[in-house]
Design a binder for this molecule. Structure first.
Ligand code: BGC
Length: 492
């Protein structure tokens, strides 16, 4: 029943227990999970050959391994070899046991890598799901079938992201577009005419092929992170390919991602016809958005307060208004000038990644000529547990159930279980008490992984991974998570 998540309305009976003095408990079918993404964990196999273990057909593989890109100032690439990643492609059975038995979780978020399944450009012209099958890499196909079966056999409900940043090189040549954004041939999210049918067909294929194992799907991961780190402001914090800075391109990519989500949603709905967990619903399809809590730098300053309101709009609402309500505000002035019913109503649940509160200074002259871009984030990274309740309320204000699809600390210490994890979980409990329909919490991440441009330089795992031996070791925060889950189950 765990997968019943998303189409069944929350009864709210747990929330009703929010009477002073009574403990608000987590719903019995609450998803307690951990999250990973294919690109970040698969490489680094101890014995499987690197050319099989690594997905060399993806734009991100090119981005982090190309010597010229690594040498270039402004790409902020660590240069860590992919062989230093945790080797989940080979070691997933061990990792799933750590998640299920070691932590006591009941759910697991992972991704399918489009480029692993369809490494060759011929896939783009396939046109139909049946024709596309001829282009699927047989080794990858067998891998994903075995992988999803193993997740379920471990007692974990799979939540599968169809696109966690990475794209096949045949549709996105990040290096070429980095050098020449307008002239490159394979332009990824800059080229909606190619991207929409291609990603919809890939999604349809996955839904048909793996729908008997998966009911819970996410289309895209963190579209705004793609826009910010890929097209607007690549920074030491994050650079995504193609790593350019052009506001007009960035906003057009944001709206292309909204169109992409709708196309992927429709594809999964049409092609996942199997109810894997027997709850009466073949699929629940959402999007994973990174939402932030926002504060004004000086609460006494009207300019800063206005900047904070607009930062909330640009970071949190601009995209969701399009993806959930079909309302597009292309000139970012706070008023949607386009209503698109063909994009609206395609959100069975909202996945929320919550990491940070940003503190903004208001600007009297907006940036890039976009009226609502009248703020500057002075503080971009602040762990702020109460903020998770703020973003949950924000997500719920769109009238859909919410799942925390990622939350984690960049610097797990001996104390993080108490200083980071427990306060976040208690803030979620508070949100449930306030009536917010929260269906699950996925900690990022189960294991240390390849943190994009930082390589293995940032470690976020509940289990520490030795990049050489690949040994996994439980961190104290992992122990705390296991205790939290066990206690919640006793209370529930
Ligand atoms: C992404 C993950 C990433 C994590 C920590 C999110 O941006 O979805 O892939 O590793 O946050 O930075």
């Amino acid at each position: 029943m765990l997968g019943t998540l998303l189409l069944v309305a929350c009864t709210g009976d747990k929330a009703d227990s929010a009477v002073p003095g009574l403990l608000v408990t987590f719903p019995d079918d609450f998803l307690w999970g951990t999250a990973v993404a294919g690109f970040q964990v698969e490489a680094g196999c101890p014995t499987v050959a690197a050319e099989v273990c690594e997905d060399r057909a993806s734009d991100w593989y090119q981005w982090v391994t190309d010597p010229e890109l690594i040498a270039e100032n402004g790409t902020y690439l660590s240069g860590d070899p992919m062989s230093s990643a945790p080797g989940h492609y080979e070691l997933y059975a061990e990792d799933l046991a750590l998640a299920a038995d070691g932590l006591g979780t009941n759910a697991f978020r992972t991704s399918i890598e489009w480029s692993r399944l369809f490494p060759d450009a011929g896939a783009e012209a396939a046109g139909t799901v049946e024709a596309l099958r001829d282009h699927a890499d047989p080794v990858a196909l067998a891998y994903y079938h075995a992988y999803f079966a193993a997740i379920r056999a471990a007692g974990l409900t799979p939540l599968v992201t169809l696109n966690h940043y990475t794209l096949p090189l045949w549709i996105h040549d990040g290096k070429a577009c980095h050098a020449d954004p307008l002239g490159c041939a394979d332009r990824g999210w800059m080229d909606l005419e190619r991207m929409r049918p291609a990603i919809a067909l890939y999604s349809a294929f996955c839904a048909e092929e793996f729908g008997d194992a998966i009911d819970l799907w996410a289309t895209e991961n963190e579209p705004l992170a793609i826009v910010l780190a890929g097209y607007l402001l690549p920074s030491p914090d994050r650079t995504n390919p193609p790593g350019i800075g052009d506001a007009a391109t960035a906003f057009s990519v944001a709206f292309n991602l909204i169109e992409g989500h709708a196309a992927m949603y429709d594809a999964v709905k049409a092609y996942d016809t199997v109810d894997a967990d027997g709850d009466g619903h073949a699929s629940s399809v959402g999007l994973v958005a990174n939402l932030v809590a926002v504060a004004p730098l000086d609460p006494e300053s009207a300019l800063d307060r206005a900047g904070a309101v607009d930062a909330d709009y640009v970071y949190n609402r601009l995209f969701l208004e399009g993806a959930i309500n079909g309302l597009l505000d292309r000139d970012v002035d706070g008023v949607a000038e386009e209503s698109r019913p063909d994009l609206a109503g395609r959100m069975d649940y909202l996945g929320v990644n919550y990491y940070t509160r940003i503190t903004v200074r208001g600007l009297s002259v907006p940036l890039f000529g976009y009226p609502k871009f009248d703020f500057y984030p002075e503080v971009f990274w602040e762990e702020y547990p109460e903020g998770i309740a703020e973003v949950l309320a924000l997500g719920a204000s769109y009238g859909v159930p919410v799942v925390i699809t990622e939350n984690g600390t960049m610097s797990p210490t001996e104390e993080s279980g108490d200083t980071f994890l427990r306060p976040h979980v208690e803030a979620i409990r508070g949100a449930i008490g306030d009536g917010v329909d929260v269906r699950g919490y996925f900690y990022w991440s189960l294991i240390d992984n390849y943190e994009w441009n930082h390589g293995m330089g940032i470690r976020m795992g509940l289990y520490e991974v030795d990049p050489v031996t690949k040994a996994r070791a439980l961190r104290p925060i992992g122990q705390t998570y296991a205790e939290i889950i066990a206690t919640a189950e006793r209370e529930g």
